[in-house]
Unconditional design. Structure first.
Length: 183
């Protein structure tokens, strides 16, 4: 099986208690995980905790794990407040569901952008100015950001990885990849 790296890789230290990676922006449907110095149980999600029942990666081994399809959508409107409302282009749907975690980029003022927010609701029947649209509500307080001067940006799914070793300590190396060839 061949794979092509997508974006930058990352790593984090793991021990006998669950620890988490930083936020990772989803750019591929596959994550390559390498465990160094100790076997490690791995969990992937919005805010995961690794336990002994999670996927196991042996020390010195690498695995490629499916992390599901990439979810990304253009943003054409933002309404600030105690929660943040995101409008998608007219006639488009939403790849996101309530509970997903997302990164918002490209919006001005820049304080509205975030690398980690929860989608609290999705409204597929939203209408404004006579056009059908999909509208999301993010659990993100942007009330102190002032007037939106550029509401065109991108919303993309993010995730974290948690690891827990079976030994004393180790390192998990993570890299999103595209896979080709036979498994």
């Amino acid at each position: 099986m061949a794979h092509k790296p997508v974006g930058s890789g990352s790593s984090f230290s793991v021990s006998g208690t669950s620890s988490q990676s930083d936020v990772i922006v989803k750019q591929s449907d596959t994550l390559r995980v390498v465990s160094v110095n100790s076997g490690c149980h791995v969990a992937i999600g919005t805010n995961p905790t690794a336990t002994n029942t999670n996927y196991y990666v042996a020390s010195g081994e690498s695995v490629t794990l499916s992390i599901g399809p990439v979810k990304c959508q253009k943003v054409v409107g933002v309404t600030t407040g105690s929660t943040t409302i995101i409008d998608f282009p007219s006639g488009t749907g939403s790849p996101f569901e309530a509970g997903d975690t997302v990164q918002l980029t490209g919006i001005s003022p820049s304080g509205i952008n975030t690398n980690f927010a929860y989608v609290s609701s999705v409204d597929s029947s939203a209408g404004y100015d006579g056009y059908f649209s999909t509208r999301l509500t993010l659990d993100l307080d942007t009330s102190a950001q002032g007037e939106v001067t550029n509401s065109y940006g991108e919303l993309r799914e993010v995730f974290k990885v948690a690891g827990k070793t079976t030994g004393s300590s180790g390192t998990l190396y993570l890299h999103q990849v595209q896979v080709s060839g036979n498994a």
